[in-house]
Ligand binder design. Structure first.
Ligand code: SAM
Ligand code: SF4
Length: 335
């Protein structure tokens, strides 16, 4: 989005970056256990540490007043949170330019229609493999068919420009890159390929063992299709490419190989109410305390968010050398 024609935001950091995009995590729980995201046995947060849906709604409202134009709901798996449709309905009424959700798709067969009716504008569905056994190995418990049905249900419900997200791991699913591109082309979807990020201690593999750069993925795709850069900007970290004979766009999210911090316009709020100024740093501000101390007054929350902008770091510090730099898991961070 061209910042010259958008209204002023009150959220500007020390490096002049305007924050217009917030990712809100609505739960740390999930019905999958993806190997790159969680350990096999996870302990989830006790209920009193988790924001209520009303509290998440208040945060969304205040961010919108401060100039945020795009909200994405994520998790954990956002669709396993009870009552999430009411939250979608509320945030859908705030007049955002873009309102999206990232989901593993497993609940879409029965929820896609209701999400659309509640005002959700866009969906990203995570899908790393089209082989049912491999899909099960990566997600540990997921059912590929449910996700494929979910994607169809979302298309039938009228969602446009649905985007697939695939984390590519060498030796696990890098042989499926072209199959995933074919699926996107057949069903009129966009697809982003993500480099794995070192969030949380995982037991399945070391991150350097499976690291596959976006350039490697692009080389694989270019064995079949030539890719030309597009001017598409979505306020997210993807760089997009087009194929000559298809509407499907291919994105790359490359935290390692193409540091995306320079034009970062995003912050995240965890389901515990921690405002995270950067995915790859531990800087955070506790919004839950402010919300609970002032249940009827949004002004202190507003001021806390404005002041927090000064803490936004210049860039993340991910490496693939196997060391965990960030101890929180992606499901608690809000991917
Ligand atoms: N459960 C939903 C889903 O899977 O789409 C939303 C939350 S999930 C944490 C959001 C995105 O983060 C997914 O696309 C997932 O593949 C990605 N992700 C999780 N852990 C990651 C990691 N360590 N590195 C890169 N991407 C990761
Ligand atoms: Fe669940 Fe999404 Fe994490 Fe997979 S990536 S375990 S679906 S939160």
């Amino acid at each position: 989005m061209n910042s010259l024609i958008t209204p002023a935001t009150q959220l500007v950091d020390r490096f002049g970056r305007q924050v217009r995009y917030v990712r809100l995590s609505v739960t740390d729980r999930c019905d999958f256990r993806c190997v790159y995201c969680m350990s096999e046995k996870m302990t989830f947060l006790p209920r009193d540490q988790v924001l209520t849906l009303e509290e998440i709604g208040r945060i969304a409202h205040v961010f919108t007043e401060l100039g945020v134009e795009k909200i994405r709901l994520t998790g954990g798996e956002p669709l396993v949170r009870r009552g999430v449709l009411e939250l979608v309905d509320y945030i859908g009424s705030l007049g955002l330019r873009d309102f999206a959700m990232t989901t593993n798709g497993s609940q879409l067969p029965h929820m896609a229609k209701a999400l659309k009716a509640a005002g959700l504008k866009r969906l990203n569905v995570s899908l790393d493999s089209l082989d049912a056994d491999k899909f099960r190995r990566i997600t540990r418990i997921g059912d590929l068919n449910k996700v494929l049905e979910g994607i169809d249900a979302a298309r039938e419900a009228g969602f446009e420009r649905i985007k697939l997200n695939a984390v590519v791991m060498r030796g696990r699913n890098d042989d499926e890159v072209l199959d995933l591109v074919e699926l996107a082309r057949e069903r009129g979807l966009d697809i982003s390929f993500i480099e794995e990020m070192p969030l949380g201690h995982i037991s399945d593999h070391t991150r350097d063992e499976t690291y596959c750069s976006s350039d490697d993925v692009r080389d694989i795709i270019e064995t079949r299709y030539s890719l030309s850069p597009t001017s598409t900007q979505t306020a997210g970290p993807s760089r997009y490419y087009a194929m000559a004979d298809s509407d499907s766009q291919i994105g790359f999210i490359s935290p390692h190989s193409h540091n995306f911090c320079g034009d970062c316009n995003r912050v995240r709020v965890t389901v515990e109410g921690r405002l995270l100024l950067c995915l790859g740093n531990e800087h955070s501000v506790d919004l839950k305390e402010v919300l609970r101390q002032y249940p009827k007054d949004n002004e202190p929350l507003r001021q806390t968010i404005i002041d927090a902008m000064d803490l936004k770091p210049e860039k993340h510090h991910f490496t693939t050398d196997g060391d965990v730099q960030i101890v929180r898991f992606m499901n608690t961070t809000g991917g």
